[in-house]
Write a protein that binds this ligand. Sequence first.
Ligand code: SF4
Length: 370
Amino acid sequence: MRITVPYVGHLWVALRALAARSGLEMVEPPRPSQHTVSLGVRYSPEWMCFPFKVVLGSFIEAIERGADTIVMAEGPQLCRLGYYARLHEQILHDLGYTHVRVLTFNWQEEQILGFARFLRSLLGKERSWKEIIGHLKHGLEQLVLIEDAEKRVHYLRPRARDWREVNRIWQLAGPRISAALTSQELREVRRQLLAELEAVDLDPHADPLRVGFLGEFILVIDPFFNLDLEDELGRRGVEIVRSSWIAGWAKIWLFVEMLGLSHGQEIKKAAHPYLKRDVSGEGLQTIGETVLHAQEGFHGIIHIQPFTCLPEIMAQNILPRVLRDHDIPVLEIIIDEQMAKTGLITRLEAFVDLMQRRRSREARATRPDL
Ligand code: SF4
């Protein structure tokens, strides 16, 4: 059995280590490229959302590298993601990859216990539960570390004297964390990595704009899907703040949400006057976070969504009502296979300019001597 999984964000950091620690035969799909997009677009129904197409392209690339088993989440209460796996399987079989099996687990209903059982069925029933829990814990700790480092990168990029110094450390973070196969090694990588980031030379006069980065999960967390938007904004003096994180999502669903303690409760409360129920995906989060960021004094919101994404279309249609009550500029970005980076940069620069002017105007209103 040679397993592959969708290439999403930094998931590969934990999966590569899991393969090395457990002996699981894993075929990593290459990082998505234009070739991946072309494959996915060619064989997907036209109306499917962009992530579906890219993931399909990734699976084809992984199968060509020898993968014969695909692992995916599925289940009710998810948006189209709930039936992605079955459609992908059907398309791959129609393309002649009839030897490929798609294994799924129902995250919404089974959560962590179901996932532990699922992992044991992949690794072999002779593995002890202690070992399975150990792999899950190590993987989660790796994801927490890479995302802690990424949050620091978001903070430092617009404040560094030279953003290239931050990027240089960041580019090596994934391989370093992934190569840490024991808790001790991981602790050492954490210490070194965070120390290197803390040593970055900062500009004492930097005064970054703060922008909430909201929208569909994969587009928010993965630089391939959002055309490196976080990096482009960081080097233009904008601090990105986002609430979609793989480890955060896992931790919320595993433990905290059950106790009613997560940031999710605050988001639901903030969204409630405009949207009273979960519409799947990140629709509710987009509304709630927009309200919270406006109250926290953010300078703007970037709302990103794939073309034909149902939850985000709902959020986009509700947002004008939110903005009547909360004065914050929103840049809407819709991504599909036609999107070019040059056009995106022009829009980002115009949005940064708008936020700077608003900030100066507000400063002059309170301090006429400026
Ligand atoms: S959230 Fe939107 S883009 Fe993502 S899988 Fe669901 S429908 Fe597709």
